[in-house]
Design a binder for this molecule. Sequence first.
Ligand code: SAJ
Length: 427
Amino acid sequence: LKVVVVGLGYIGLPTAAVIARTGASVLGIDVSAHVVETVNSGKVHIEEVDLDGLVSGVVARGALRASTQIEPADVFVIAVPTPFADDHAPNIGYVLNAATTIATVLKAGDVVVLESTSPVGTTEKVRDLLAQLRPDLKVPGKSNGDSPDVAIAYCPERVLPGRILVELIDNDRVIGGITPRCARKALQFYRRFVRGACVTTTSRAAEMTKLTENAFRDVNIAFANELSRVADTMDVDVWEVIRLANRHPRVNILSPGPGVGGHCIAVDPWFLVHADPANTPLIRTAREVNDAKIDYVVERAEAMVAANPGERVACLGLAFKANIDDFRESPALKVALALAARFGDRLRIVEPYTDTLPPSFDGSGATLIDIDSAIETCGIMIVLVDHDVFKSVPVDERADKLVYDTRGIWPDQPRAPTRGAPLRLAS
Ligand code: SAJ
């Protein structure tokens, strides 16, 4: 079996490597010559647990190659980004470009699967484009009933950064065919490497399922973030309230934080809102609540820093979530940058997952230090990411600090100022 994976990013590269491990011959396509060279030398350009060893192994065996040029194959997997514009309109240009490239080598019997998170109807657009570019081939669901030459399906990726290689294999997959026959052909392919259940449906239902999963999480995080603000107003510890409420058998509240980051949950709900604004007030509001949480944290952190002019300030974490090196759409990064703009000379950043501060901090005066130096030199600590290394700081090393713990990692932190004080320190 020959498989082409278009897009060698956070999803495409691990997927290509996992398929290569099953014995298939895999070609990864990317527009970046740097990415292609890196992969061909057996290395990785992204950090993901165990990915380096897997890629170096399958490249050494010749099972995985990379190129900027497409070649004929039996199965094509599209894993390119689907960003949105300023007005939240989804941009499926990379998906359509990938389909245009695939059309140049497509032949009867091939399978084309879209994995990129996409607005409902995108797989049909891919189908229409392939039909237009290759009138010599029968494409599904057009004039030729359910016996197409080419099978086209949508199968969203659902993996969690940090657990990608495990979840690629263990998670259930939703496989939506343009027709049932397309779904069945795609299913045969996924069964090669997926241990979870593979459930078939239509491409439109599969597209909406993916958006629904991330919108569900966003709405639930928004609930937790809203609660944390109410609890601040009431001078109640939100973490304790959530712990207690979650003892109810049918309540399961997620964790508040400084906002929602990453390129999935902060993006995908907009695809639903954009498609049907009149019927998505809840999903839209959740997005707004989660975005507004960043500004709220900035405001409170600034007030704390301004009220204590003699103290150095440590921001703990820049990543968008715990134990990863990914800063995309990171609320922690946004908060730290806002503080750097006002208090740069007093600001110290602790981020064990980087060796250098991002260029956006240049000229601010903020510097990168390790957690031990932060404990020694900073009187104020603003916890922005729940990295394990931060959680393990014992209470006696931070008892005298002014702490703003946006992630609730230090439940035993003494709560210095209480009701009536201008500044409350727990969030
Ligand atoms: N977050 C909170 N509180 C929580 C949980 C998360 O504030 O209780 C924040 C995180 O800190 C982070 C953001 O939300 O900033 C998103 O993190 P996440 O761990 O919820 O999700 P992602 O973006 O890493 O991955 C999600 C996953 N989707 C779901 O869990 C429904 C993953 O399975 C998807 O494959 C991925 O999006 C994707 O690619 O779409």
